[in-house]
Write a new protein. Structure first.
Length: 309
């Protein structure tokens, strides 16, 4: 695609914020095109956005794979130096220790940043259309997302006790995280569809909240309540974006963890010494992701009642 000429993988990897404009353009063009098709617009748009994003992210992942392998080879050279020239090794050990001990966490921070800005771009495109589309177009584009949001809302507001709602939401989020990890492991960046899906759900929730609140304000008071419109936007973002952003960031970490495990298996094999270090770093990432999901679930269950109160 012509966008990849302006937003090359190397440029995006060095400047992660460029991923926002790339994802926004991909999503906006894909969604607009899907609105012209007679099929299930909600699901078709998700697949088209995913397909549009895959080439760029696959090339980015290939760059990160090479960086990971270079770090492993650097460590192997240092091990050889340690055996052949211990004195020289001690001189440079302190300087290189952090890069050698934590290559997978430190060297892959850029790709996590790229995923984050990709999310912001996808969210912004869906959110913008969610506000601008007429009711019929909105219902068509977000049909699947609205159904999912209603299902989750019933868990929280349908008389389910706090502990049960927390457990249901956490188990659902952990299941999503597991499939993100699994798809990243098997398909490299195959978890992109799940990330697009969750970005669209978040955008649907925020835009739907704003649309409903503004409609109610317009019916109740019209222009006399003009200043109340400004209160709706932070309320909507507070209701959805806080826990939603934490969840999405957790899924990003899971996606990177799955990709790293794929690198370790395909490039070095499970029996190599380097794979043990890969596994340790991956477990760190998985643990961080799970902790974030627990925090997100607590916020998702607690915050709505606080906002209503």
């Amino acid at each position: 695609m012509i966008l990849e000429y302006f937003f090359t993988s190397r440029r995006v990897e060095k400047k992660p914020y460029l991923a926002f404009f790339l994802a926004f353009s991909y999503a906006l063009l894909s969604i607009i095109f899907s609105l012209l098709l007679p099929w299930n617009i909600s699901l078709v748009s998700l697949f088209m956005v995913t397909i549009a994003c895959l080439p760029s992210l696959n090339r980015l992942l290939a760059l990160e794979e090479r960086k990971g392998i270079l770090e492993i080879e650097k460590k192997e050279l240092l091990n050889i130096l340690k055996m052949e020239d211990p004195k020289k090794f001690e001189e440079i050990k302190e300087k290189l220790w952090k890069k050698v001990r934590y290559p997978l966490i430190m060297e892959f921070k850029n790709v996590i940043g790229v995923f984050f800005f990709f999310f912001l771009g996808l969210f912004s495109a869906y959110f913008l259309l969610g506000l601008l589309l007429p009711s019929q177009g909105y219902s068509s584009l977000f049909a699947a997302q609205i159904e999912e949001i209603q299902r989750i809302s019933k868990l929280i507001t349908g008389g389910v006790v706090y502990g049960d709602a927390l457990g249901l939401i956490l188990s659902n989020n952990l299941r999503v995280a597991f499939f993100v990890f699994l798809f990243s492991l098997i398909y490299g960046i195959g978890s992109m569809f799940i990330l697009v899906w969750n970005s669209s759900i978040l955008a649907c929730g925020v835009s739907n909240f704003i649309r409903n609140e503004i409609s109610q304000l317009a019916l109740s008071g019209g222009a006399t309540h003009i200043f109340s419109y400004f209160h709706v936007i932070p309320l909507a973002f507070g209701a959805y974006m806080i826990h939603g952003t934490i969840e999405i960031f957790s899924y990003f970490i899971m996606a990177v963890a799955g990709a790293l495990l794929s690198i370790g298996i395909t490039k070095r094999g499970v029996r190599s010494k380097e794979f043990v270090e890969f596994a340790i770093n991956i477990m760190d990432l998985v643990l961080i992701s799970i902790i974030l999901l627990i925090i997100a679930a607590i916020v998702e269950v607690t915050l709505p009642s606080l906002l209503r109160g």
